[in-house]
Design a protein around this ligand. Structure first.
Ligand code: IMP
Ligand code: MG
Length: 173
């Protein structure tokens, strides 16, 4: 059995962080039509809340990535399961991620996108676990820095469970 998730970050704190991030993004992309690329599945709740605060003529697309291996550990081998439908050459691309852990997944995706020659490429992540980093990643817009705990809720899962929780929670070992 899994332990019950415990709240780490409340809905109010998430709302405030999204308002702050939206302010930063709105300012930096003023006059532009950015393409926001969400990484499925984890980022869909965050992305839905974020885009409604941006007030920009943005477009959205999604990629699905998979990393083989156990539920709690990305194996280091990442592949694109469902690719983009939108050409990104010359676009201002902002990638939306739920969590940067070892950095393996996001650095793979950023390399993959960079090869397709966007005009600009930045990363917005809801959360970051810097203590677990193996591949360096620079996060342009960050919601929360987290301790080394396994996080669920607000889109994030453990074995596909708990994505629906409105708060950012952690599972006790
Ligand atoms: P990375 O490649 O190690 O940075 O792992 C990133 C991916 O692993 C994220 O996009 C999540 O899908 C998943 N992940 C990493 N840490 C957690 C966590 O604490 N809870 C849920 N998923 C996680
Ligand atoms: Mg993810």
């Amino acid at each position: 059995m899994t332990s019950q998730p415990k709240t780490l970050i409340t809905s109010d704190e998430i709302t405030n962080a999204i308002a702050r991030l939206a302010g930063e993004i709105r300012r930096d992309y003023n006059g532009k039509q950015p393409l926001l690329i969400g990484i499925l599945k984890g980022s869909f709740v965050f992305m839905a809340d974020l885009i409604r605060q941006l007030d920009l003529p943005l477009e959205v697309d999604f990629v699905t990535l998979s990393s083989y291996g156990a539920a709690r550990e990305a194996s280091g081998k990442v592949r694109v399961v469902q690719r983009l439908r939108t050409p990104i050459k010359g676009r201002d691309v902002l990638v939306i991620e739920d969590i940067v852990d070892t950095g393996t997944t996001i650095s793979f995706l950023l390399d993959y996108l960079r090869k397709r020659k966007p005009a600009s490429l930045r990363l917005c992540s809801l959360t970051d676990k810097p203590s677990r980093r193996r591949v360096p990643v620079s996060i342009d817009y960050l919601g929360f820095t987290l301790p080394d705990k396994f996080i669920v809720g607000y889109g994030l899962d453990w074995n596909e469970k708990f994505r629906y929780l409105p708060e950012i929670c952690f599972l006790e070992e």
